[in-house]
Design a protein around this ligand. Structure first.
Ligand SMILES: CC(C)(COP(=O)(O)OP(=O)(O)OC[C@H]1O[C@@H](n2cnc3c(N)ncnc32)[C@H](O)[C@@H]1OP(=O)(O)O)[C@@H](O)C(=O)NCCC(=O)NCCS
Length: 252
């Protein structure tokens, strides 16, 4: 039987902060190029330690099995009256602006749950999601939102997210495994964020990130991409616009 996971937050265990970065390799290289990512991740253990979680086993206390991140922001302020179409990028930007302005947050967005590749398929995603729900509740919030990145979408890069997100099984639960995990945990699908992450680069950069040739104009399917990358050979750039699915978790 698998060992029980120990899950800590960085406000309680700042000494574990280095373990968070052990899981960077678990992501396709191009995803790590989102410019908003550095705005959050370089500061997360310092600015939001109570929102950074790492999971490990007692028998290997310096080896991360999973991690989770969320970020607090001020919702309802200014034009922020609906969950943003630029989901993941927007909540990071909003949170950074709030922090600079000294604005009090009143809502939390999940940003990421990552299971180490060799530990996937064991049901740990639900364990981490429950830990995130419990942590957000501990911090005094009654709900959080999540710009979810459906895990089965790379198998269907050409399907519109608006169609994919609402596909259900015979039992009424989402067909996508990661969306299903969210809904089973108590989440509700409330919409699509069509531009959750925007990643641009030169054709040479895209070749390095993906191993694909990027030598002609048109859409390019890349490993791990939820949708194809738009490539312009004439202008030497390619742009990936990743859609996500907004899920609301009421904590009750
Ligand atoms: C998405 C992720 C967190 C899911 O974790 P996981 O350990 O693979 O998933 P679990 O074992 O907890 O299973 C969750 C559901 O997915 C299903 N599942 C797991 N692996 C699967 C696979 N290879 N194919 C299809 N379904 C799968 C499980 O059956 C389960 O559904 P069920 O409970 O209805 O049976 C993990 O794959 C991951 O870290 N991916 C990379 C980072 C990422 O994209 N994170 C999410 C965005 S923030």
């Amino acid at each position: 039987m698998a060992e029980e996971l120990i899950i800590e937050t960085m406000d309680r265990r700042p000494d574990l902060a280095d373990m968070l970065w052990q899981l960077d390799d678990a992501w396709p290289a191009f995803v790590l190029q989102d410019p908003m990512a550095s705005l959050y991740f370089t500061r997360a253990p310092h600015d939001h330690p109570e929102h950074a979680l790492v999971a490990y086993e007692a028998s290997a206390p310096d080896v991360a099995v999973a991690r989770a991140f969320s970020v607090p922001f001020a919702y309802g302020f200014g034009g922020r009256t609906a969950l943003p179409g630029d989901g993941w990028d927007a909540v990071i930007r909003w949170a950074a602006l709030d922090r600079a302005a000294g604005r009090e947050p009143n809502l939390v967005s999940a940003l990421e749950i990552t299971i180490r590749p060799d530990r996937r398929g064991e049901g740990l995603a639900a364990v981490l999601l429950d830990a995130m729900r419990a942590n957000v509740r501990r911090l005094g919030y009654e709900e959080f939102v999540a710009p979810v990145r459906p895990s089965g979408k790379p198998a269907e890069p050409d399907t519109p997210m608006s169609e994919y997100a609402h596909r259900t099984r015979a039992d009424g639960l989402p067909a996508d495994p990661w969306l299903r995990t969210h809904v089973r945990a108590g989440g509700e699908i409330v919409g699509v964020c069509p531009r959750a992450m925007v990643i641009s680069g030169s054709l040479a950069e895209w070749r390095t990130w993906t191993g694909r040739p990027f030598d002609r104009t048109g859409d390019v399917v890349v490993p791990g991409g939820l949708v194809p990358v738009h490539c312009s050979a004439e202008h030497d750039h390619a742009v990936y616009v990743e859609p996500g699915v907004w899920v609301r978790h009421r904590l009750g």
